[in-house]
Design a binder for this molecule. Structure first.
Ligand SMILES: Cc1cc2nc3c(=O)[nH]c(=O)nc-3n(C[C@H](O)[C@H](O)[C@H](O)COP(=O)(O)OP(=O)(O)OC[C@H]3O[C@@H](n4cnc5c(N)ncnc54)[C@H](O)[C@@H]3O)c2cc1C
Length: 196
């Protein structure tokens, strides 16, 4: 058996980097900008990048897509999912290439994801997304919440969290030569002035 296969799926091998503080994991999920939802269809892995919101009371994650698509069709066949949120910190140079490193933080969630059919819960999940991503805008004051027709053409998904793990690698502020990738990366489609 390959190393690792005999351990629980959410056990972090590098215990020095594991974050077991559930409060930290929850705060990280609350702050994450987007997540990667992994599904599987007939042995073929898929990754779906989405906005998401963590509903602490329900211990669940809500996401949404258009009514039809791969996310929904995969989940209707197999609800097992893995969901990941991560952040990249500074790059950490070293005189030896193999010792180069990076700061990071991440949470991986395992659970079951279902398509939410109940309109009340769909509206709840969508409102939580609005509250997370546009906390400065209020329903009815700044926008009209989804109506029935809009709910009908939207798929809302709920990941019921079964287990999770947190991992973080962070060095001291004055780590020699530490730098941000943004300062050296090639232009992205959203770089100021990029015309692609
Ligand atoms: C940061 C971020 C946040 C997003 N948030 C949302 C969200 O909250 N709701 C939402 O509906 N969509 C969101 N999207 C777009 C999302 O990734 C999907 O394109 C969308 O959800 C449709 O998924 P689907 O499974 O129905 O797509 P389908 O079109 O059915 O997927 C079929 C195939 O299209 C390709 N494909 C689908 N999406 C992408 C992609 N993003 N990039 C490259 N190839 C792709 C893949 O090969 C996939 O197997 C987000 C994208 C990003 C990058």
């Amino acid at each position: 058996m390959a190393a690792g296969q005999d351990r629980p799926i959410n056990e972090v091998r590098r215990r020095d980097k594991a974050v077991t503080d559930e409060g930290w994991i929850e705060a990280f999920l609350h702050s994450g900008a987007w997540g990667a939802l992994a599904t599987v269809a007939e042995g073929q892995p898929f990754i779906h990048t989405n906005l998401y919101v963590y509903d602490e009371g329900a211990h669940a994650i809500y996401l949404h897509t258009a009514r039809e698509g791969r996310t929904r069709s995969n989940l209707e066949r197999d609800g097992r999912v893995c969901f990941s949120v991560s952040e990249m910190g500074r790059l950490l140079p070293n005189e030896i290439a193999a010792e180069f490193s990076v700061e990071y933080a991440g949470v991986t969630v395992f659970g079951r994801c279902s398509v939410v059919e109940d309109d009340e819960e769909k509206a709840h999940g969508l409102q939580l997304l609005m509250d997370k991503y546009a906390p400065h805008l209020l329903p009815e004051r700044d926008y009209r919440p989804a109506n029935q027709e809009e709910l009908n053409r939207t798929s809302v998904f709920r990941v019921d969290i079964e287990s999770w793990s947190g991992k973080k690698s962070e060095k001291e502020a004055d780590f020699p030569g530490a730098f941000w990738y943004d300062g050296v990366r090639k232009p992205s489609p959203f770089s100021p002035g990029d015309t692609r």
